[in-house]
Design a protein around this ligand. Structure first.
Ligand code: PLP
Length: 388
């Protein structure tokens, strides 16, 4: 779908992208200056496999400030994006046929990565038809082969921030049953309505080395630095040692120039994160207003990220076909809910401009809702609906 959208764009078609998974802001100036300074030295070599110490120190400060825990440098491994961090963790933890509980709706890469390392993804869908995971559904899915549970809150694709009660129960359960809890916190500061991200460590007394919690984070989403490809994992030292072995035989280390950029982002002016958060919160309010006025569409208000996952099943049960239809008729890119384990829904991103959001939703309405105006302008082309 993305390729088709790109092809249409190249032809000059007025495509609106509500599928994007990255903020539009430029990289923070401190990230650029720090990486440029490193590049200017001309001394661009391998770094230690698990990351340069000065970046690890910045990650330690970040973790102390945001997670109330002070990791040791040996509890940290820096990788080429949070994606590689998650892969390293799964490769390290899983033996063939080990099971990993994945909570639907889920980020598309989790089940694929589990399968790549010969594990078995066990998808848990809330039985009540909602988007918030429930402990009782998880308990039914846990068995003797369960090695880990992955949790991602704020959540891609639903935008939901999971309740403190749920996270507390999940942490306590994992610590008690010796099941690893992989906490993908890549969106953790992108939360709205004056909520504060609650770190999972708040729900355990254990030190990082004794705990089952593994925290994944990075600079991609909060700092709008997806192209810099730096992420990290915080885990017990014994796991970090194995992950370091894995990484040393695959990529050796993350690029030193990009590690310098990440250090710049973490140690530089932090108001950039807050200003991004405020922009996205405003966009969230805009998209909610549009969707709430959309006949037949059910939407749960997202508490974070830049996604929502409205239910369009009143119009079309097959999300792949619906997504294709919207691209063909209205030049709007969406992501089918099926890819996230939730059929009948579409993931809409509000990381773009307010104009894109309002026009994108107006075009979707025009395609689907017979009560919406019959004529619309797409770019400077007047389009008349003749299929409802
Ligand atoms: N985790 C989630 C839930 C994501 O949505 C993404 C990116 O879309 C990632 C991890 C990967 O982040 P990175 O760009 O740091 O690899």
């Amino acid at each position: 779908m993305n390729e088709e959208a790109e092809r249409l764009k190249q032809r000059g078609e007025p495509v609106i992208h509500l599928g994007i998974g990255e903020p539009k802001n430029k990289a923070p100036i401190n990230a650029i200056l720090n990486s440029a300074a490193k590049l200017n030295t001309g001394d661009i070599k391998y770094s230690p496999t698990d990351g340069i110490l000065s970046l690890k120190e910045a990650i330690i400060d970040y973790t102390e400030e945001n997670y109330n825990r002070i990791p040791d440098p040996d509890n940290i491994i820096v990788s080429s994006g949070a994606k590689q961090s998650i892969f390293n963790v799964l490769y390290t933890l899983l033996n063939p046929q080990d099971e990993v509980i994945i909570l639907a709706p889920y980020w598309v890469s989790y089940p694929e990565m589990v399968k790549m390392v010969q594990g078995i993804p066990v998808i848990v869908t809330p039985e009540d038809g909602g988007l918030h995971p429930r402990m009782k559904d998880i308990l039914q899915a846990v068995g003797s082969a369960t090695k880990a549970i992955i949790v991602n809150s704020p959540n891609n694709p639903s935008g939901l921030v999971f309740s403190d009660e749920f996270l507390k129960e999940l942490v306590e359960f994992c610590e008690k049953k010796s099941i690893y809890l992989i906490v993908d916190d890549i969106y953790h500061k992108l939360v709205f309505d004056e909520r504060r991200p609650v770190p999972c460590y708040d729900f355990t007394e254990k030190e990082i080395d004794d705990s089952k919690i593994i925290v994944i984070n990075g600079i991609s989403k909060l700092y709008g630095m997806t192209g810099f490809r730096i992420g990290w994992a915080i885990a017990p030292e014994k796991l970090v040692r194995i992950m370091t072995n894995v990484q040393s035989q695959t990529t050796s280390c993350a690029s030193v120039i990009l590690q310098a950029a990440a250090e710049g982002a973490l140690t530089g002016i932090q108001s950039i994160v807050e200003s991004l958060r405020l922009t996205i919160e405003n966009n969230r309010n805009v998209i909610m207003k549009e969707l709430e006025a959309f006949n037949g569409v059910k939407v749960t208000k997202p508490g974070g990220t830049f996604y929502c996952l409205p239910d369009f099943s009143a119009y079309h049960k097959n999300s792949v076909e619906l997504s294709e239809l919207l691209l063909k008729r209205a030049l709007v890119v969406t992501v089918p809910g099926r890819e996230f384990g939730m059929e009948g829904r579409l993931r809409l991103s509000y990381a773009g401009s307010v104009n894109d959001i309002t026009e994108g939703i107006a075009r979707i309405k025009w395609v689907l809702d017979p009560e919406s105006p019959n004529e619309i302008y797409i770019g400077n082309r007047k389009c008349v609906r003749d299929w409802l």
